[in-house]
Design a binder for this molecule. Structure first.
Ligand code: HSE
Length: 437
């Protein structure tokens, strides 16, 4: 049967992996897709690299627009990244009636509503399995595998760089800055790691998962984003002593009044499987009312793991492109005219449990003052730990774990605790998730 023609935009790490895996598994893939999938055109600024990889088997150009406008191309694979040129290319591909496969979470998190609306109008597919958690088929699971469920929450370790850093900080007791440098030397962190360490990359992915889990528009601008740059090794140690690990979690939780959408360092009980996801690995835990908890684990980045997701999308598009657009799987899992207007809740309305670390004078009445403030705000204490003061010191660390409380009340409590005479410096606050049903 005649192959379906793919134009590949970017033959770097993921593009190279896509080329290699498609070549290696072509026979098996075409048995699944029903016809061969052929990358017939490749656009990359580095033509030498493209030439080396493709060895004369694809037509090369350094002008990606030439590929998206090529009438012979059926599917465009966008692996360029970023918001500007990638957006123009994707919109141009759609305008030319091409289906699009992309790994670009930043683009979809920021411009996804516009892109999916244009694709819907033009009757083409935009597939993005590779945009969230690399090789883990979490988009497919949320969009199709769990479609019987009312999904209640999704919580994921969806950034390998930060999970690697947190694992190293815990294992070796090292500070963030030292481990970041090590991660950069090992190639786990980019030269400019801002998007990863500040939680932005995880927030892009959490935003996309929230949209398909709850059938809401993509609303990255409403996500709460806090990275790991201010996390101290001492809190990782104390959390461990209390039976918790600290992970950078992307959380999307449905509540009656709205959706919580947040990324921040989080204490997770050490006995949960997800708390034991170490190094650069990713994992996503999803809770649906019928199925309960399901956990997805695997490599969230890298050439072939990400190519695995890109090619799965190519197979899907190949199978479905002749179907009536009305009968395809909706881009965001729910029919576009049946989206929910459930708002994203402001962070102040979020309800979760908390870890609070205070530096307190070791004298009578200090804890009574602190617990009175918490009690006045109806914040219930779950556990407390006071460390022995160091030799010759009159201050010590006190750690308090709270039950579920409202962020607004906790903010208020922290403000009041910090002005007590017996408290030194700032209160450290880290959110905590039990991740039970
Ligand atoms: N930079 C990401 C990570 C991979 O560290 O997981 C691509 O999304």
């Amino acid at each position: 049967m005649k192959p379906i023609n793919v134009g590949l935009l970017g033959i770097g790490t993921v593009g190279g992996g896509t080329w290699t895996v498609l070549q290696r598994n072509q026979e098996e893939i075409s048995r699944r897709a029903g016809r061969p999938i052929a990358i017939t055109r490749v656009a990359d600024r580095n033509l030498d690299l493209a030439r080396r990889l493709t060895a004369g088997q694809a037509r090369l150009t350094d002008d990606a627009f030439d590929v998206v406008r090529d009438p012979a191309i059926d599917i465009v694979v966008e692996l360029i990244g970023g918001y500007t040129v990638a957006r123009e290319l994707v919109m141009e591909a759609i305008a030319h009636g091409k289906h699009v496969v992309t790994a670009n979470k930043a683009l979809l998190a920021v411009h996804g509503n516009e892109i999916f609306a244009a694709a819907q109008k033009r009757g083409v597919m935009v597939a993005f399995e590779a945009a969230v958690a690399g090789g883990i088929p979490i988009i497919k699971a949320l969009r199709e595998g769990l479609s019987a469920n009312r999904i209640q929450w999704v919580a994921g370790i969806i950034n390998g760089t930060t999970n690697f850093i947190l694992s190293e900080m815990r294992d070796k007791g090292l500070p963030f800055e030292t481990v970041l440098k090590e991660a950069q030397q090992l190639g786990y962190a980019e030269a400019d790691p801002t998007f990863d360490i500040e939680g932005v990359d995880a927030a892009h992915k959490a935003t996309l998962m929230a949209a398909i889990a709850f059938g809401i528009p993509i609303q990255f601008d409403k996500a709460y984003v806090e990275g790991i740059t201010r996390l101290e090794a001492v809190d990782i140690q104390y959390a461990e002593q209390l039976g918790y690990r600290i992970k950078l979690l992307g959380v999307a939780k449905r509540r009656e009044q709205g959706v919580e959408l947040r990324v921040h360092p989080t204490l997770v009980p050490a006995k949960r499987l997800i708390a034991n996801v170490e190094g650069a690995m990713n994992a996503v835990l999803v809770w649906g009312d019928a199925v309960g908890a399901t956990l997805y684990y695997g490599k969230g980045a890298g050439a072939e793991p990400t190519a695995s997701a890109v090619i799965a999308d190519l197979v899907d598009v190949t199978r479905l492109h002749t179907a009536d657009p009305q009968n395809r799987v909706p881009h965001l899992a729910f029919q576009p005219d049946r989206m929910s207007d459930l708002p994203i809740l402001p962070m102040e309305e979020v309800e979760t449990a908390y870890y609070l670390r205070l530096r307190a004078l070791d004298k009578p009445g200090v804890l009574a003052d602190v617990t009175r403030i918490l009690a006045d705000l109806s914040i219930s204490i779950d556990a407390m730990m006071q460390k022995e003061p160091e030799e010759g010191e009159d201050q010590t660390d006190v750690v308090i774990l709270t039950h579920q409380a409202c962020e607004k009340d906790v903010n208020n409590a922290i403000t009041r605790i910090q002005v007590l005479d017996s408290i030194r410096g700032q209160v450290t606050r880290i959110r905590m998730e039990e991740l039970k049903g």
